[in-house]
Design a protein around this ligand. Structure first.
Ligand code: SF4
Length: 265
């Protein structure tokens, strides 16, 4: 049976805090950050108020015991047309990452593979470092800047890796190689996302995002260093198999009509 909890009225005394201080206080003490509830529990599916309260009953129960309800309310009211409008901003992050990546690929389509990979790793390194700082300081503008820089790096790194890998394949191997590349790329996106999702429920969104972005900084730095030092050398295209030369013989020469039908002369 679902029961709803009516939160007690709260007094907002956080008006003197700026956005950064207010967000920091909420992030540090938010009861939802340490609850085991799925974030979707805070978003009822129906517009009917009574049913919505029933659907969000468990989330409301967490909020009812939260020590920073006033600050949370003020933060969301301050940004009801800005950061709080999660749908648009959430989509903007994806657009900035993938959109700038696509533009970077188009603009740099003439760049050789190794240069594209190195530039991509450096852009990723800078972009993820800025994103890390943005998450640590809860600065939305820096977060979008970091995402944009990282998007350029993502596009260039993918362009270089794709071009360099496909150049090694024989024509009859291209289809299989493309399938393998996209399988690896999908796993590279999805497995860390699943791990981060599990970690979020256990450690909270903010620490997980910090560790995630910090790990990407380290990985991008290692990759850039290896490319700069040419670790592994240039990949060599496998040698073309030697064409089989068939010696002349009865199977390769058209049969002689006279030999087949000596009686015809
Ligand atoms: S009031 Fe609710 S949503 Fe806001 S920080 Fe507290 S638990 Fe989270």
């Amino acid at each position: 049976m679902v029961t709803t909890v009516s939160p007690r009225s709260v007094q907002c005394r956080s008006g003197e805090l700026n956005d950064h201080e207010l967000a920091g206080r909420v992030y540090r003490q938010a009861r939802c950050a340490t609850s085991c509830l799925d974030p979707d529990e805070w978003f009822p599916l129906t517009a009917d108020v009574r049913r919505a309260r029933e659907q969000a009953a468990r989330a409301i129960a967490v909020c009812a015991e939260c020590p920073v309800r006033a600050e949370c309310l003020e933060l969301s009211l301050r940004h009801s047309f800005g950061i709080g409008a999660y749908g648009v901003w959430g989509g903007l992050v994806i657009f900035l990452l993938a959109g700038t990546g696509a533009v970077a690929v188009f603009v740099c389509r003439g760049v050789d593979a190794r240069t594209a990979m190195l530039a991509g790793c450096l852009f990723l390194l800078v972009g993820m470092a800025v994103t890390f700082i943005a998450i640590a300081t809860t600065t939305a503008a820096a977060f979008f800047v970091g995402t944009t820089i990282a998007g350029v790096g993502f596009g260039l790194a993918f362009l270089g890796a794709f071009r360099r890998t496909t150049a090694l394949a024989a024509p009859d191997e291209s289809a299989g190689l493309l399938a393998a590349i996209f399988i690896v790329a999908s796993l590279a996106f999805s497995i860390p996302a699943v791990i981060a999702g599990v970690a979020t429920t256990k450690y909270g969104l903010h620490p997980t995002a910090l560790v995630y972005s910090g790990a990407l900084v380290v990985v991008a730095g290692i990759a850039a260093g290896m490319l700069a030092m040419r670790v592994g050398g240039e990949p060599a295209r496998p040698a073309e198999p030697a064409r089989e030369t068939v010696p002349p013989g009865p199977c390769t020469c058209p049969p002689c009509a006279q030999a087949l039908h000596p009686a015809r002369g």
